[in-house]
Design a protein around this ligand. Structure first.
Ligand code: NAP
Length: 321
């Protein structure tokens, strides 16, 4: 079994008390088609700031949105994964990118003191601010953040299973480009990317991933669409259903001693993935499962139990929120 060695990374070079100012280069929709959602590919110029050259693929930066929250306090730092490789969008780590999504929702009562009939329109402060930005606008940034959701120091020593839900695809865009379009030559490892979206139109960077799959035999792009019926009247699927239904494809990859698994997206999505791994007996190397959970049928596992009793190993990177 090959545990990964991760590169050293720099963290928190720039803090909220003294953020740097980045300038917007471009801000364009990156969905496959017309959708009820709005997701952007936002490119920021951090050239000549302490952040230039400081990020590695998979890390995040902080954004300080202007204005105040409902309590009249300045907005807190919100983290966004970079969507570019270590060398940025420009090859010089001057331009970094991320994948903000407009948060447009209804307020739902959270505590006993909240009015149960209050369902007013709720807009996320920071993601909508980022989605509104135009070329030339300034943004206050901090970072870098994150030291575990990284490619290993020797990428060719491993194979990869990347599993994303929605904007959780951001770090995998950077990692796929880092592995496949590396100036030192493409990585020949097996790389599977599974992307989960509500509708086909919501797929993010779909053109890019299709192009990479056409150009590289070792890159495999799978999509799990949850809200569209499939042929034969079958229901839509989540990412873990895709693994379950195609276990013949994924078993050799997961059983390989050098494979690394990365999960990014929604809180709780790891539960379904872990259940499928255990169902097919391929969890070894990725998970340590406590006795409390071993005695429960995986199909019955609850998120709370999984968080407490299923621990990811160094070969399984999970970033969900
Ligand atoms: P989205 O477009 O709504 O897509 C999420 C997909 O996952 C949908 O198809 C959804 O299906 C499905 N899904 C729902 N519950 C699931 C479960 N338990 N297991 C597997 N799949 C499930 O996603 P989004 O609005 O962009 O949200 C993405 C999330 O990723 C956000 O919470 C964001 O904060 C997080 N994120 C994290 C990072 C990071 O940690 N670095 C980076 C970027 C984004 P249905 O909706 O049809 O049920």
């Amino acid at each position: 079994m090959t545990n990964p060695v991760f590169p050293d990374v720099r963290m928190n070079i720039v803090r909220a008390a003294d953020p740097v100012t980045a300038r917007v280069v471009s801000n364009e929709l990156c969905m496959r088609g017309k959708s009820a959602s709005f997701v952007k590919h936002l490119v920021l110029d951090i050239g000549d700031t302490p952040l230039q050259g400081a990020f590695r693929a998979g890390q995040s930066f902080g954004v300080l949105a202007p204005g105040e929250d409902a309590q009249g306090k300045p907005h807190k730092v919100r983290l966004y994964s970079i969507a570019c490789p270590t060398w940025g969008e420009d090859g010089e780590a001057r331009l970094i990118s991320t994948t903000p999504k407009r948060l447009i929702d209804e307020f739902s009562p959270q505590t006993e003191t909240d009015d149960p009939d209050d369902h007013h329109l709720f807009l996320g402060a920071c993601s909508n601010y980022l989605c509104d930005l135009k070329a030339g606008d300034e943004v206050r940034l901090t970072g870098p953040n994150g030291k575990r959701f990284l490619l290993p120091a020797s990428p060719a020593d491993h194979d990869y299973l990347f599993i994303a839900a929605g904007t959780g695809i951001a770090p995998f865009r950077g990692m796929a480009l880092e592995l496949l379009e590396n100036p030192a030559g493409p990585c020949k490892s097996q790389i599977h990317l599974i992307m989960g979206s509500p509708y086909t139109t919501d797929l993010l960077y779909d053109d890019l991933f299709r192009r990479l799959a056409e150009e590289h035999d070792n890159f495999h792009y799978h999509t799990a669409i949850s809200r569209e019926p499939r042929s034969g009247g079958r229901r839509g699927i989540y990412v873990h259903h895709l693994i379950d239904e195609n276990i013949d494809v994924f078993r050799p990859l997961l059983a390989g001693p050098r494979t690394l698994m990365y999960i990014c997206g929604l809180l709780g999505m790891q539960n379904g993935i872990y259940q499928v791994l255990v169902k097919h007996g391929v969890e070894e190397g990725y998970l340590t499962i406590g006795e409390e959970l071993r005695s429960v049928d995986p199909a019955q596992w609850e998120d709370k139990q999984v968080r407490r009793h299923a621990k990811s190993t160094p070969r399984c990177m999970v970033e969900v929120y």
